[in-house]
Ligand binder design. Structure first.
Ligand code: HEM
Length: 99
């Protein structure tokens, strides 16, 4: 059985941020009453590496953002223009030193 995560993550019938860049939704834990988002799956198959991933990536990104201004140059994150699916390997960023 395959659970297609974008079916849940980009469902505008249940999520008002389905097609917008909304990192603030992760500031509070989601409750069981909310529409599910499951980047690391859930239940018995949940990714055992999730805490390692979140620790490493958040620290990695924090270090970059602390030192540089980062601009996404390859895609638009404007509402309505986000692609339905995204090949992470096509992302390109420009890093500049803060003024
Ligand atoms: C962005 C990084 C990652 C994402 C998005 C991710 C996502 C997932 C997802 C969705 C599953 C469940 C697949 C399913 O339902 O069958 C899974 C399983 C798993 N992940 Fe990750 N993962 C990531 C990184 C890692 C890392 C770094 C490790 C190890 C250090 C890891 C180890 C595993 C293992 C061992 C399973 C299988 C768990 C099982 O079947 O009991 N993952 N991951």
């Amino acid at each position: 059985m395959l659970i297609f995560a974008p079916f849940f993550h980009r469902d505008e019938r249940n999520l008002d941020f389905a097609h917008s860049f909304s990192p603030e939704i992760w500031e509070e834990p989601r409750t069981r009453d909310q529409w599910p988002l499951m980047p690391f799956s859930a239940g018995t198959a949940i990714c055992p590496g999730r805490h390692l991933v979140l620790l490493l990536t958040s620290n990695f990104l924090a270090e970059i953002i602390r030192a540089k201004d980062v601009t996404l140059t390859s895609h638009s994150l404007e509402p309505g223009s986000m692609p339905g699916l995204l090949n992470n390997f096509t992302l390109e960023f420009e890093l500049t030193s803060p003024a």
